[in-house]
Design a protein around this ligand. Structure first.
Ligand SMILES: Cc1cc2nc3c(=O)[nH]c(=O)nc-3n(C[C@H](O)[C@H](O)[C@H](O)COP(=O)(O)O)c2cc1C
Ligand code: SF4
Ligand code: FES
Length: 591
């Protein structure tokens, strides 16, 4: 056994090397082979990377897709995001568990299969979905689940499963300039090289491009600040796409990868960077072969590597780093730590990455869509880009529309479009509300549907979740706060404890055990969470804050909704409530 582990590690190390940014790749490969990361493997990895074992263990502990105990031969994760739950994901998971004689969270006794949940598979336009050994299986139905169970029992390898099961559909529902304008490799780079870095910055300024990852920082300023800071510059593309309900970067990487890499190369040209990284969320590992092929083509065309476009002074390379299941890695400073091969806890900011990023050097970090936009701006000019949009939000935005509507998918819309117009486009019927910008974003109630998608009003990384009129708002909010509790990296107390308490309180209210005092406690928690270290904690109270302000009656109704109908088991409910609420147990025991 020890020998086999040793050989596996050596093979992984030989394939990926021992640079810090290859640590995750080595760990993922060992896990694939051994179905977990044995202690012996971590010891050898630490030795080869020249790191203390405790540091490698710390990294492994951080990621939900890395395990120190064996997983099943078929390692399955069902998405438990609210949209997939709408579409029946929970009952499908139960069905598979029943068929295979296993409970969620367990590994079956014979080691054949393990089943667990994950926060998001990035497929809620074509859910319910699961991941099996890292591969995505969308569009699940009961019949498919039964077929999956049979294949697992027969021990058929994934290569023998029907290929069409793994097909990720393209759901382009509305296209605008980024998706309709033709793209040829080099069409952005060539004018930029001809006119110079100053011209490129000028075009970005004229375009008014603001970061598409959510915060909306002006891209021209970011690149200029980085350029003006002395050091060994880096360019990083944030393809972590963790905001629940967002999947537009997935499609851009599938269909506009060349423009993404060209945008990164433009940033390198402006800042003088020689190395770039594309940080891809682990759930999108299936995109790696095609991304690698695009990088290879660009090298062949002289658009990447040494002497780009024949310029003797312009060299730039791009590496792909694949994450391992941690939403916090989308936060740019956590992402940089992840690339550096350390635990991905967010850093203190300032200093910002433009001044002190990868390995302490000036670094541009941009979202996938921002890099695509930069490429088109170089090719077509800033004026062309700025022609649509609003005063402070120029251009178009890709929205990932999911939930209760006839046509979920990707909508490229001009900034300034109203929520009502998007609902019209996607064929939504009567609605309870819309969540714009993921759980950390804004809940928009029907009387606000005139509000606009724009940084001046509703800023978003792209998530647009539609909730039909029959949905249970309290259940949705409970799931959102559960997401934050699960994804809190645990580094700072306000967030680690605050998100857990918030989840407990919402669960209590959801079950009909809440009191008016609990609502006050929730509001207090919101203030407490503001003292968190990073954006995750700062925004973790938003789902409660927004819905409590807009729909207080829904909360009030739930506080009074004790169900004493026939079949209601008071003792069982009390026991569950005590377990869930812990510190409220004393109060409950007096009921
Ligand atoms: C908790 C958290 C998660 C984030 N996740 C993402 C993400 O998945 N993708 C992304 O581009 N930006 C994400 N961001 C924003 C990034 O920190 C950063 O602002 C962005 O990558 C900058 O690129 P842009 O200027 O092109 O938007 C996240 C921020 C926070 C606080
Ligand atoms: S706010 Fe949450 S996610 Fe951010 S550092 Fe603190 S514990 Fe980690
Ligand atoms: S898969 Fe639904 S939120 Fe990501």
């Amino acid at each position: 056994m020890k020998e086999k582990v040793g050989e596996t590690v050596e093979r992984a190390v030989e394939r990926h090397g021992t640079r810090p940014y290859r640590l995750l790749a080595v760990l993922r490969e060992i896990q694939r082979e051994c179905r977990h990361l044995p202690r012996e493997a971590l010891r050898i990895v630490a030795d080869r990377f020249g790191l203390p074992v405790a540091r490698v263990e710390g990294v492994v502990e951080f990621y939900s897709f890395l395990h120190t105990r064996p997983r099943g031969e078929y390692d399955i994760y069902f998405s438990d995001c609210v949209i997939d739950v709408f579409h029946g994901c929970e009952s499908l998971m139960e069905r598979l568990c029943d068929r295979l004689g296993i409970r969620p969270g367990q590994v079956r006794g014979d080691g054949r299969v393990s089943i667990a949940t994950t926060s998001c598979t990035g497929l809620c336009d074509q859910g319910p979905a699961l991941l099996v050994n890292g591969r995505s299986l969308p569009r699940l139905t009961s019949a498919r689940i039964d077929a999956v169970a049979a294949l697992i029992e027969q021990g058929v390898p994934l290569s023998g499963w029907p290929r069409e099961w793994f097909q990720i559909d393209d759901r382009w529902q509305r296209r605008d300039r980024l998706l309709t304008t033709s793209w040829h490799p080099g069409t952005g780079l060539k004018p930029a090289l001809r006119h110079g870095a100053g011209w490129m910055l000028e075009q970005l300024t004229v375009s008014g491009l603001r970061g598409r990852g959510g915060a909306g920082f002006p891209t021209a300023l970011k690149w200029r600040y980085c350029q003006e800071t002395a050091g060994d510059h880096y360019v990083v593309c944030n393809a972590d796409e963790g905001e629940p309900g967002t999947f537009k970067d997935r499609e851009l990487l599938k269909h506009r990868a060349d423009a993404v890499f060209e945008g990164m190369t433009l940033a390198a040209f402006v800042t003088g960077a020689r190395q770039g990284f594309l940080y891809l969320r682990g759930e999108y590992e299936w995109l790696v072969p095609q991304l690698t092929a695009v990088l290879r083509q660009r090298r062949r065309r002289g658009l990447l590597g040494r002497n780009i476009c024949g310029r003797m002074d312009f060299h730039f390379e791009i590496e792909i780093v694949v994450g391992a299941g941690a939403y916090i890695c989308g936060e740019e400073s956590a992402l940089l730590n992840s690339i550096e091969g350390v635990r991905a806890t967010p850093r203190n900011r300032p200093p910002y990455p433009v001044a002190c990023g990868l390995w302490g050097q000036p670094t541009v970090v941009n979202n996938v869509e921002s890099f695509v936009a930069a490429s088109f701006i170089a090719a077509r000019g800033g004026d062309w880009f700025a022609r649509v949009g609003t005063e402070k939000s120029r251009g178009t935005k890709l929205l990932s529309v999911s939930g209760d509507c006839a046509r979920p998918g990707i909508y490229e819309v001009p900034f300034g479009i109203s929520v009502a117009e998007v609902l019209d486009l996607c064929g939504a019927g009567e609605t309870l509300g819309v969540q714009v910008g993921g759980p950390a974003g804004t809940f928009v109630a029907p009387d606000e549907y005139r509000r606009r998608i724009a940084y001046e009003d509703l800023g978003t990384g792209g998530s647009f979740m539609v909730f039909g009129a029959g949905r249970d708002l309290i259940d949705i909010v409970t799931r959102f706060v559960g997401f934050f509790a699960h994804e809190s990296c645990g580094f700072c107390t306000p967030c680690r404890v605050g998100t857990a308490l918030q989840k407990q309180l919402m669960e209590k209210i959801r079950r009909g055990w809440g009191t008016a005092g609990d609502l006050q406690e929730l509001e207090q928690l919101g203030r407490w969470l503001e003292a968190s270290h990073c954006g995750l904690g700062h925004t973790a109270h938003n789902p409660v804050r927004h819905t409590l302000a807009r729909c207080p009656d829904r909360y009030q109704a739930r506080l009074q909704a004790l169900d004493f109908s026939p079949g209601f088991d008071l003792d069982a409910e009390l026991e569950t409530a005590r377990r869930l609420t812990g510190r409220f147990g004393d109060r409950l025991s007096r009921i």
